[in-house]
Design a protein around this ligand. Structure first.
Ligand code: DGJ
Length: 745
């Protein structure tokens, strides 16, 4: 068991080899007080000596003595209004709109393994010995509501997951105005907060800021986790680097509106809360019903950001992603979006397929524009039947031809949307999300279907199923190209309109679940105008995500670097596209575009029929390289080495679990004439082993490569000829180093 319960002192200690998390029940109020979260400490029969109390003048007192203000106690799941004035982890209001509750400890339960979360994505175990779960039950006698706080600690990962459940055992409804998934009060504020922010085509940029007094937060109120903030934040010490120091990472397994908040009070206590965004949220909990929050994954590392990220990667790669594709290397795909946009017909597509096959590419994906009468983004969403003028043989006919040519076939859908003028809209105009008597805003000319309604989800399932069941479909790209406005559901009561956003995302999860249940071999890739739903919730259903609509190699350095803070390479959709790049107009060499895209799921998004013979040869080599190395790239341990946000040079690497092989990517964005020498100090190799780089006859011990580094100017003559002979020789230089174990001396 990785949980010790000191029954006398009512203390709970979750631990594994590296982490300890300790809390206790307060003697009089029976609330929960946090005592410690961090590196592993030995278990003690009592942790009473860790309790910190100070007489603080002018505090409101709770338990009658001068040290009992909840404002000065580090709590597990704090409430507002009974002597604590900080932002709470939850708020429940009763029939008279009073928000004071008194959730007192009632009982605890230890469970071997990890229970699933009904209707919500979550990490899991395959064997009960992988983790232990502690469930704490608290009870509020006035509302007759139970609060169950659930903690799971993995035995061999630095991971604690948390979620919360409210159960109404009374006879009248209560309202949940706020229900965070996790809350942690840290004893000091000596941290920097890292988070990932962005916009369309500029996702997951990293920002680091020193905590300041008051509230700092990241959030979404857009109906999707969004381009703007990823549902992730980390607190790191000032001296923590990629390779050393303490960091606490928080990641929410959820795809809807979220809040990640850090509040520093006047006593330097830092409260981190994460969960569904309370803004625009209000859930009516009827008698005998329960409300389940999403899961928050907390990762602790005292070995730097890379170790935190690797812990997330391994957990999400193997215990969040599910099903047939989880442990399989992914096919190299070609997507026609940037090749044709809406302007294609069967002949054009089949020409791309034939050329792609010759290059070794394995899967063709037909993107937007195959349905209804869709020639631009102004029509047809919801009419999920073929555009006959473009595809006279239908999706079934086309997919058979693609398979006959030796490629697999994939298809794009945007299931949650509808365009005006479609059959779907004419039959069900009331199915869109809109507020009565108010304008319904559109985004990209489209409207959002009310996925909080079961009949809507059922209908879209049937439309999609009609196409899938008659065709040979191996892959589906599920897109979502606008946020939700005028949120209101016509079938919910007026006091339940605060449920729309959450019910909507539950509807999305439900449709995913039904499709993957019926078609377990289809590989799903989630997408939302690029990376607006690159979140752990989606990964539970779709093992990979389209990271960004920006396919420029230089921009992708930042986007993929930021994404790698949390998400494994096996989930990061990355393609080589044409130049000048369609988003920024930049011309980067083909080899650099591939050298960046290799560190992800890898594919192409350009018209291969227009490539020169020389370019086709390069693509063949790239495809062969990726096939040879994709097992390592997908399953290895990823390290960030140098940072594109602070440097002209970026490098990162992936090492095989047996440390026999590694691949390093090095990128220099702008050329500098007569520059200083550069070295790449690699990580994760075996110091005692002998390696060779790019099949050179020179050998290096692992300790040399890790401490002295790969010397970039070592092979000057080769480098010089390579440098001066390139078509675009000066900027956007990149190089891949394949490090392999060898024998010799
Ligand atoms: C946005 C996606 O991110 C693109 O890859 C493409 O599928 C378009 N939508 C199609 O409309």
């Amino acid at each position: 068991m990785n949980v010790n319960a000191n029954t006398e002192t009512k203390e709970f200690h979750l631990f594994n080899q590296n982490v300890s998390y300790i809390f206790r029940v307060l003697e009089k109020s029976h609330y929960l007080e946090n005592l410690y979260y961090g590196s592993r400490v030995k278990h003690r029969e009592s942790f009473h000596h860790l309790i910190e109390r100070e007489v603080r003048p002018s505090s409101n007192l709770f338990e009658g003595d001068h040290t009992s203000s909840l404002e000065h106690i580090r709590q597990e799941y704090p409430s507002y209004g009974t002597t604590d004035f900080r932002y709470p982890a939850y708020m429940v209001t009763d029939q008279v709109n009073a928000h004071i509750t008194d959730f007192q400890f009632e009982d605890y339960k230890l469970i071997k393994g990890k229970p699933t979360l009904e209707k919500l994505p979550a990490t899991y175990v395959e064997d009960p010995n992988e983790a232990d779960t502690l469930e704490i039950t608290l009870y509020d006698a006035v509302t007759q509501t139970k609060l169950i706080l659930s903690y799971t600690i993995y035995a061999n990962r630095n991971v604690i997951t948390r979620n919360t459940k409210f159960v109404n055992e009374g006879t009248t409804a209560v309202y949940i105005n706020n229900a965070m998934s996790a809350s942690v009060d840290f004893p000091d504020d000596q941290y920097e907060m890292i988070h990932l922010y962005g916009a369309w085509a500029r996702e997951t940029h990293m920002e680091t800021r020193t905590l300041s007094k008051g509230i700092q937060s990241i959030s979404s109120a857009r109906g999707a986790s969004s381009h703007v903030h990823n549902p992730f934040l980390a607190l790191k010490r000032f001296d923590t680097t990629e390779h050393s120091g303490e960091v606490f990472g928080f990641s929410l397994v959820y795809s809807g509106n979220f809040l990640g908040q850090v509040e520093v009070d006047s006593y330097n206590v830092t409260r981190v809360t994460m969960g569904i965004n309370p803004f625009q949220f209000k859930w009516k909990l009827n008698p005998n019903e329960y409300f389940q929050t999403p899961e928050c994954v907390m990762v602790y590392s005292n070995k730097g950001l890379n170790e935190m990220s690797q812990t997330f990667h391994q957990l999400y790669h193997s215990r969040l992603v599910r099903g047939y594709w989880r442990d399989k290397v992914r096919p190299i795909l070609i997507n026609n979006w940037e090749a044709t946009y809406f302007d294609f017909d069967e002949e054009k597509i089949l020409n791309i397929v034939k050329s792609s096959k010759e290059l070794g590419i394995e899967l063709f994906v037909l993107d937007d524009g195959w349905f209804g009468k869709r020639d631009d983004d102004s029509s047809s969403l919801g009419d999920w039947f073929e555009y006959e003028e473009k595809l006279p043989n239908g999706i079934d006919g086309l997919s058979e031809k693609v398979e006959a040519l030796g490629m697999k076939f994939g298809l794009w859908f945007e299931p949650e949307m509808v365009s005006k003028g479609t059959k779907l809209f004419e039959e069900h105009p009331d199915w869109i999300i809109s507020t009565p008597n108010r304008r319904a805003s559109h985004g990209r000319n489209q409207f959002v279907l009310d996925f909080s309604r079961k009949e809507v989800v059922d209908h879209i399932f049937i439309l999609m199923d009609n196409i899938i069941k008659k065709s040979k479909i191996s892959y589906i790209k599920w897109d979502m190209n606008r946020y939700i406005t005028e949120a209101y559901s016509k079938v919910l009561e007026s006091d339940q309109q605060g449920e729309v956003f959450h019910r909507y995302i539950l509807g999305v999860y439900e449709l995913y679940e039904r499709l993957i249940h019926k078609y377990p071999h289809i590989l799903f890739e989630s997408c939302a105008g690029g990376g607006a739903r690159f979140d752990p919730g989606m990964l539970y259903y779709a093992p990979q995500t389209w990271t960004s609509d920006d396919t420029d190699a230089v921009e992708r350095l930042k986007i993929q670097y930021g994404t790698s803070m949390v998400y494994p390479l096996s989930s990061i959709g990355s393609h080589v596209s044409a130049v000048p790049n369609h988003q920024v107009g930049r011309i980067t060499p083909l080899y650099t575009r591939a050298n960046v895209a290799f560190f992800g799921t890898f594919g192409y998004e350009l018209d291969v029929t227009k490539l020169t013979d020389g370019e086709k040869d390069q693509v063949k080599q790239q495809v062969a390289f990726f096939k040879e190395n994709r097992e390592l790239i997908s399953n290895g341990t990823f390290y960030r080495l140098s940072n594109p946000f602070t440097s002209n040079e970026t490098s990162w690497m992936v090492v095989s679990t047996d440390k026999k092989e590694a691949i390093v990517g090095y990128y220099k964005v702008l050329a500098k004439p007569n520059d200083s020498y550069s070295r790449i100090k690699v990580k994760g190799l075996d110091p005692e082993r002998l390696y060779t780089i790019n099949n050179s006859t020179i050998t290096h011990y692992g300790d040399e490569l890790m401490n002295i580094g790969i010397i970039l100017a070592e092979n000057y003559t080769d480098r010089a000829s390579e440098y001066w002979s390139r078509e675009h020789p000066h900027d956007y230089y990149s190089k891949i180093f394949v490090i392999k174990e060898c024998t010799g001396s």
